[in-house]
Design a protein around this ligand. Structure first.
Ligand SMILES: O=C(O)C1=C[C@@H](OP(=O)(O)O)[C@@H](O)[C@H](O)C1
Ligand SMILES: C=C(OP(=O)(O)O)C(=O)O
Length: 426
């Protein structure tokens, strides 16, 4: 797809689709609750549809009416053995979270996903789930999917996670629902806490202290009405686009600004961005605001440490921002980007490099010497939605735009992305 350079400022309003992490969890926890859970502003992206399809195969009736998702939950012990392999598609969140639930069932399940999922590391969940007593086998013996999970009554553990990962944390907490005592997870830095917040609303006893989250077993979970906030990870593309295109002023509506997710706002402000939070409120127990973003002159910064999990999926588009900011931006401690849908570190370094950016890859991040004009290039998305959207934004401000190859993969998290971007360019 050929994406044009923006000849005019971006102007207007955009309403961001529902948060992917929260949409997945609403379906999963709704399935384990008694009664009906109604979800509005659910993200109709391919990843969340994979979650729905897996839970239908586990015997849960889920209605998708477009306006609302209705999940007819059957309680903590109501799932039934699937008659076929569960397909988690391209979704790491589905794969890792559902594994925690399957570890506590009295049946065996096989799950797998696309080529990307089959190369992403699952040892990080196989280890703690095995410590809890589940039998989890990587069928190709490579610590990746396909996985065969034989559920068992589980033993509670206190797990020290080597990575700050909400997927690992959530997998263990979900297995903890089926354990014989309080299960806890401590991570090096705090990752997104949507599981903790939403499971407590459903009725689970979850506590958080610093970077440790704990859960008590066998709660009674009750169906809920959930209005999903807009996804800050999707808003990120418009934040960066509005900051970069001269003269722009864009109002981004209903964005979730949970402090475990708002690192992009903090980094943009540190770089000199003009972003105002309006109409701050709460939805589904999560903080939400409208973001007014105006074109700004930016300078480089350092992105590292505990900030990283709060903006992990935004690093590709932040690299684009840094390419246009004056001075040097250093990104460290971001080695997790190598094991996402693609190796996002290598791809950003090579692809921004192909556009003329002075950028250097490091073991755990990159160094970007920004402020020079970029030129047209053909960039392959590598079927990674975040790469495709990041380069669509880069094209707005590069001489001659960019061509994004295999651009349709935005369906994973933001099917309307190109249409919404187009509306701001009119
Ligand atoms: O829990 C979640 O919903 C997610 C956690 C993050 O992954 P990790 O837990 O692997 O860091 C993030 O990259 C992903 O897009 C969604
Ligand atoms: C990493 C991502 O998702 P997942 O891990 O669920 O595939 C993402 O959306 O950027």
């Amino acid at each position: 797809m050929e994406l044009m350079q923006a000849k005019m400022p971006l102007r207007g309003e955009v309403k961001i689709p529902g948060d992917k992490s929260i949409s997945h969890r609403a379906v999963m926890f709704g399935a384990l609750a008694d009664g009906t859970t109604r979800v509005t502003n659910f993200l109709q992206g391919a990843d969340c549809l994979s979650t729905i399809s897996c839970f239908r195969k586990l015997g849960i009736d889920i209605e998708n009416t477009q306006e609302e998702i209705r999940i007819h939950g059957k309680g903590l012990h109501g799932l039934t053995a699937p008659t076929e392999i569960l397909d988690t598609g391209n979704s790491g969140t589905t794969t890792r979270l559902i594994s925690g639930i399957l570890a506590g069932q009295n049946f065996t399940t096989t799950l797998t996903g696309d080529a990307s999922i089959q190369s992403r590391p699952m040892g990080r969940i196989i280890k703690p789930l095995s410590m809890m007593g589940a039998t989890v086998e990587s069928l190709k013996e490579n610590q990746c999917a396909p996985l065969q999970i034989q559920g068992h009554p589980l033993t509670a553990i206190h797990y020290q996670s080597p990575v700050a990962s909400a997927q690992v944390k959530s997998c263990i907490l979900l297995a903890g629902l089926y354990a014989d005592g309080v299960t806890s997870v401590t991570e090096p830095y705090l990752s997104r806490n949507h599981t903790e917040l939403m499971l407590s609303h459903f009725g689970a006893q979850v506590t958080s202290e610093g970077t440790t989250a704990s859960i008590a077993p066998d709660p009674e979970l009750h169906g809920l009405d959930i209005s999903v906030p807009g996804d800050i990870s999707s808003a990120a593309y418009f934040i960066v686009a509005a900051l970069l295109v001269p003269g722009s002023e864009v109002l981004i509506k209903d964005v979730g600004i949970n402090p475990t997710r708002d690192g992009i706002l903090r980094v943009c402000k540190a770089m000199g961005a003009d972003i105002t939070l309006l109409n701050e409120r709460t939805a589904a127990g999560e903080p939400v605001a409208d973001l007014l973003v105006r074109h700004s002159e930016l300078h480089g910064t350092v992105i590292e440490g505990e900030l990283i999990p709060t903006l992990i999926d935004e690093i590709p588009v932040l690299a684009v921002l840094a390419a246009y900011a004056d001075g040097t931006t250093v990104i460290r401690n971001a080695e997790e980007l190598k094991v996402k849908e693609s190796n996002r570190l290598d791809i950003m370094v090579n692809s921004l490099g192909a556009m003329g950016c002075d950028i250097e890859g490091t073991d755990d991040g990159m160094i970007i010497r920004g402020g020079k004009p970029l030129h047209h290039a053909s960039i392959d998305s590598h079927l990674d939605h975040r790469i495709a959207m990041s380069f669509a934004v880069a094209g707005l401000v590069s001489e001659g735009g960019v061509e994004v190859l295999r651009a349709d993969c935005v369906d994973i998290s933001y099917p309307e992305f190109y249409a919404d971007l187009g509306k701001l360019m009119k």
